[in-house]
Write a protein that binds this ligand. Structure first.
Ligand code: XMP
Length: 319
């Protein structure tokens, strides 16, 4: 039982006391945790905080614009928007192995972030949106994949390399408390209640080699799916929903001719802890609408399928 305005006041006080007049740098991903951490720290120290938003070219449609509008536009926070898509795509060229792709994306992320951090010699602190479940998780046993997730998400090793102190103002909070805090800090509901999105982004939702063309098609298909889920009030009933790009061509008809175009799979799951998950029993009419829209609006995709696999044995992501 806690009182939000009091909590914010106390947290703000603590952050000010901790950092004094030193500067803070934070990697903004657009996800819930880093967004709430950024809003809280900005409330506490204003322009002493610089957020770095790395666009690896594997973000969702309009994601970069929305993050900039919110943090730079509405909150008037200092945000450096780094368009590193060329660099990421370059390094991913020809790479098909999922773990290899994760490694490359994680490594490039650290590289880009470090380069930005070095441009801010007055920054003495690295802020991270670590929340309580992350703290417990890093103490206990975990799978190799979970470890990879952590090391990418919380940019492991970065504070040491950069000689920065760690600022983790959400360390004591559970996810629902983080969300409440975000709303109290003025972040929009849709941002704070967003489904989780993996650090490697669309990089693990494009099966096999990642190409710019595939990412563009996937972004548009995914946006249609999410739009329709929201419109039908299904977004909040699912824990995670997204489209996956399958780099295979199947036959279709258009007018008198045949087409050979790509396939998109839709995935929507319900889960408590993401360790096990059920596929969401979305209404057929909703699935039909999404399929029609994708095929009509996204030239290059002529087939849409729905993933009805549970976890286990399937995972939530396709890679
Ligand atoms: P799976 O596919 O293992 O996913 O059932 C479980 C949850 O973890 C997310 N996930 C990732 N998150 N980096 C991340 O930050 C990753 O490499 C990664 N792989 C999977 C996935 O979206 C789901 O929420």
């Amino acid at each position: 039982d806690w009182n939000m305005p009091d909590y914010i006041e106390e947290a703000v006080h603590k952050i000010r006391e901790q950092v004094g007049d030193e500067d803070v740098i934070l990697g903004l991903s657009g996800g819930v945790d880093s967004s709430v951490a950024a809003a809280l720290i900005h409330r506490a120290i204003g322009d002493q905080l610089t957020c770095v938003f790395v666009d690896h070219g594997l973000l969702r449609l309009n994601e970069g614009r929305m993050v900039m509008e919110m943090f730079a536009g509405r909150l008037h926070a200092k945000v450096v928007h780094v368009d590193a898509s060329g660099q990421f795509m370059g390094h991913l060229k020809g790479v098909t192995d999922p773990e290899q792709k994760r490694k490359i994306i994680g490594r490039e992320f650290v590289e880009v972030f470090q380069a930005e951090a070095r441009k801010l010699p007055n920054a003495k602190w690295l802020a991270q949106g670590t929340i309580y479940p992350d703290v417990i998780e890093s103490g206990g046993a975990k799978s190799k994949k979970a470890h990879t997730i952590k090391s990418h998400h919380n940019v492991g090793g970065l504070p040491e390399t950069l000689g920065l102190k760690l600022l983790e103002p959400l360390r004591d909070l559970f996810k629902d408390e983080v969300r409440e805090l975000g709303v109290a800090l003025g972040l929009p509901h849709d941002m704070v209640y967003r489904h989780p999105f993996p650090g490697p982004g669309l990089g693990v939702r494009i099966l096999g080699e990642v190409k710019h063309e595939y990412a563009d098609l996937l972004r548009r298909a995914d946006a249609i799916f999410i739009d329709e889920l929201r419109a039908a009030d299904w977004y909040d009933k699912t824990s995670q929903a997204f489209a996956v790009f399958l780099p295979v061509k199947s036959v279709g008809v258009m007018g008198d001719g045949r087409t050979y175009e790509y396939v998109v799979a839709l995935r929507a799951v319900e889960t408590q802890d993401f360790m096990t998950a059920h596929w969401a029993e979305l209404p057929h009419s909703l699935l039909g609408k999404v399929s029609n829209r994708i095929i009509n609006e996204v030239r290059g995709i002529n087939r849409v399928v729905y993933d009805i696999s549970g976890k286990p044995p399937a995972t939530i992501e396709w890679e």
